[in-house]
Design a protein around this ligand. Structure first.
Ligand code: ADE
Length: 249
């Protein structure tokens, strides 16, 4: 069967998953390392896209053209936007849009010009399976993350959310900017820098796409410090745990 692709932006988000793929064979393309191997018996290509929409789109295009993947799943961290979306929670994307795309008044704000849409839906079946995997893992956060991390980050009852994720080429790191995003896009749960770009490429290729993001910060004045701490300590365990539980299911 054609492989599944698992993509993260940063090493800190994918490292623990790569460790679960000891048979991974490295293929260099477009300046990136694509790791081709197996996870729970399923053929997988795992790759670091690097950060931002263009880096993510290049990576997705190579996965479609050169590796013939059957679906792409993006995993990593995001900033929480909606009121109940806390550090340590997991957001499974139902749909994605680019919050920094605005060709108005020629096209409606956020709409991808000439594609006639702003929002790209995630694959429902994969999103269901990712949410199920996240729910199962977060019932016992200490088993996934370690007691020390649970205490340090106050991750006692992390929640799984499902809804809109927005992407843009900005690390949102002020309360004013996240408030503006909340006002402009009231149903947005979380903000990151890659998902909607991969979703657009997958739309063009007719490939199923899904994204699961752990909240590392609240996209506010403390975002930079929170993000750095969270990414170093636990992000990779979330990604690997959720992806592995998903592929087992
Ligand atoms: N990824 C994680 N936190 C983020 C933030 N605050 N803005 C954009 N991308 C992020």
């Amino acid at each position: 069967p054609a492989p599944l692709a698992i993509v993260s932006a940063m090493q800190e988000e994918l490292g623990a998953l790569l460790a679960l793929m000891p048979d991974g064979r490295r293929v260099r393309a477009a300046g990136r390392d694509f790791w081709c191997g197996h996870l729970h018996g399923q053929p997988v290509v795992a790759v670091l896209s690097r950060i931002g929409k263009v880096a993510a789109a290049t990576t997705a295009t190579v996965l479609a053209e050169r590796f013939g993947v059957r679906a792409i799943v993006f995993t990593g961290v995001a900033g929480g936007l909606a009121p109940g979306v806390a550090v340590g929670d997991v957001v499974v994307a139902a749909g994605l849009l680019q919050h920094d795309l605005d060709a108005s008044p020629i096209f409606p704000k956020y709409e991808v010009p000439l594609l006639g849409r702003a929002r790209f839906d995630a694959d429902g079946a994969i999103a269901d399976a990712l949410a199920g995997a996240a729910h199962a893992l977060l019932r016992e956060p200490a088993a996934l993350l370690g007691a020390q991390a649970v205490a340090a980050f106050g991750l006692h009852a992390p929640r799984v959310h499902r809804g809109l994720v927005v992407s843009g080429d900005r690390f949102v790191s002020t309360a004013a900017e996240s408030a503006a995003l909340r006002h402009a896009l009231p149903d947005a749960l979380a903000v990151e820098m890659e998902g909607a770009a991969v979703a657009q490429v997958c739309h063009d290729y007719g490939l199923p796409f899904a994204a699961v993001r752990t909240i590392s910060d609240r996209a506010d004045d403390a975002a930079h410090a929170d993000f750095t701490r969270f990414v170093a300590a636990v992000a990779s365990r979330y990604s690997a745990g959720i992806a592995a539980a998903w592929l087992r299911s």
